[in-house]
Write a protein that binds this ligand. Structure first.
Ligand SMILES: [Mn+2]
Length: 292
């Protein structure tokens, strides 16, 4: 018998797409803190935690494990969409966006999906441009079909068109990534841009371009200033505020076009005071109340 919910809470348990350990515990920490009860009518999709593979190419660290987690997530997101549930994906490092976007691109058609990517990074390196070889910096390039076939996790190599990509809050972007963003026709508002114009103005500028599209919100907690959120592997100064994130999420959800919400890079092992957990529960509460 199907156990369907209004929302689907999907675990994407991985940290080896990044250099730090701990994000694979985010789902367990937030579930233990009461996230399912907060969401109410929710169908949970937990995921087995895989040991990081030990052999991999130097420019694709932990390739097999990263791809396997994204494959499992893709299957779960597709199941949720087919059941009419609203997907809330909880990473994990940002490599898991490959799995989410594989499902969305297949289900809706790549040309129908726009991504609002709240992140300090652009995550659009390929395995040829990445200095670190960490796949959490390649997920958007993979979704746009720019990476090796080994990073294709579903049926389609292309699940996102660069022109439908909107990065907000970027401030740690590698030189080759600027070229790729430009070539792909993506839109970037750096954290400085958001600070100068205000998030409301930025949203006024991008919302018309999103008309008629399904919107995937991919929220990396490192988009926030370290004074606002510190329980994550990267602490990059001059970031966004919680007020910026709340406004973006509420305005985007208010369009009625949001098809999925994703939160990544929360590391509960770095959350000594529990403030990160409390702030994320508050955010998920806002998301589920506002999602039309
Ligand atoms: Mn990211």
């Amino acid at each position: 018998m199907a156990m369907e919910g209004k929302f689907a809470l999907l675990e994407a348990a991985i940290s080896c797409g990044s250099p730090t350990v701990g994000t694979e515990r985010a789902y367990d920490a937030l579930v233990a803190a009461g996230l399912p009860a907060l969401l109410g009518d929710v169908h949970c999709y937990p995921m087995e935690k895989l040991a990081p593979c030990e052999a991999y190419p130097p420019n694709l660290r932990h390739l097999d494990t990263v791809v396997e987690v994204s494959r499992r997530l893709r299957a779960n997101v597709l199941a949720a969409l087919e059941a009419g549930e609203r997907p809330l994906v909880l990473g994990g490092d940002h490599s898991i966006a490959m799995g989410t976007l594989a499902a969305l691109g297949e289900y809706y058609g790549a040309e129908q999906v726009a991504v609002v990517y709240l992140d300090a990074h652009a995550d659009i390196n390929t395995e040829r441009t990445s200095v670190s070889g960490c796949i959490h910096g390649m997920d958007l390039a993979a979704a746009c079909g720019l990476c090796t076939q080994e990073l294709t996790v579903g049926r389609q190599k292309v699940n996102l068109l660069g022109e439908n990509l909107y990065i907000l809050g970027g401030r740690s972007i590698d030189p080759p990534e600027y070229d790729i963003l430009h070539e792909q026709g993506a839109t970037l508002y750096t954290a400085q841009d958001v600070g100068e114009r205000g998030m409301a103005q930025v949203l006024d500028e991008i919302l018309p371009a999103l008309a008629g599209k399904r919107i995937h919100i991919s929220f990396d907690v490192d988009s926030l200033d370290p004074s606002e959120f510190s329980a994550t592997g990267y602490q990059i100064p001059q970031g966004l505020t919680w007020a910026d994130i709340h406004l973006a999420v509420e305005r985007l959800l208010g369009t009625g076009q949001v098809c999925s919400f994703e939160c990544v890079e929360y590391n509960p092992t770095l959350d000594r005071t529990g403030k990160g957990q409390a702030d994320l529960l508050d955010l998920f509460g806002r998301v589920c109340r506002r999602w039309m």
